[in-house]
Write a protein that binds this ligand. Sequence first.
Ligand code: IPE
Ligand code: IPE
Ligand code: MG
Length: 242
Amino acid sequence: MISHQVPYHIAIVMDGNGRWANKRFLPRIAGHKQGVESLKRCARACDTRGVRVLTVFAFSSENWKRPTEEVSGLMDLFAMALSREVAQLKAEGVQLRFVGERQGLSARVLRGIEEAEAATASNDRLILNVCFNYGGRWDIVQAAQKLSAQGQLVTEENLNRAMALAHVPDPDLVIRTGGEQRISNFLLWQSAYSEFFFTDLLWPDFDEAALDQAITSYAGRERRFGLITEQLDPASAAADTV
Ligand code: IPE
Ligand code: IPE
Ligand code: MG
């Protein structure tokens, strides 16, 4: 079965902002600013193409270890982007969700997150999950802790329900820009059967054509989930021959 479908859920490691800025002799934060613009373009393009869920890695559990100036610049940019962009995202039907550890975030950032989630909660065109202060290991641990506090058994099903992205199905396609081919503690649990697409393009340069390239690559793959080709759904196999 070759999937001709557009992925329902795309997840992206938006990497390469710092190098984009370096190449232009600009401060790293200028790259992050351009990264916000690239995210807006990408969210719109996903919506146009029928993608229903977009999950992006904006700040990892490990990114706190960067120079203080960059960390505080990123926090300011995040808070500013929230206050500036939410009205338009709301108008465009985007539901914003923030995924990650909230403890340790400033009152200003938390307020921005809560207001953005409340303002867009009833939207259902595109769910945009922003992973902020997120780590795949954190997610697995917090889910296990939740189960243990509730006296529930640790089963795959229960863990699934307790994970931070329980409100959406697992990502079909994970894209990483910036040339590195690693997961960097992104969706460790949820990407078990995701297709991967790596591009050397730096995140601010990732445009509609690049998204289409990733989707085309995805569409040409056979997702077997451990089975063999002959076992896959004959209806979709027949559809492939059309
Ligand atoms: C990704 O871009 C954004 C964040 C991690 C916040 P980088 O800042 O990692 O950019 P490079 O990898 O240094 O170019
Ligand atoms: C991953 O990028 C995190 C985000 C994009 C938010 P990094 O730049 O932090 O990853 P490493 O350090 O190269 O693995
Ligand atoms: Mg990087």
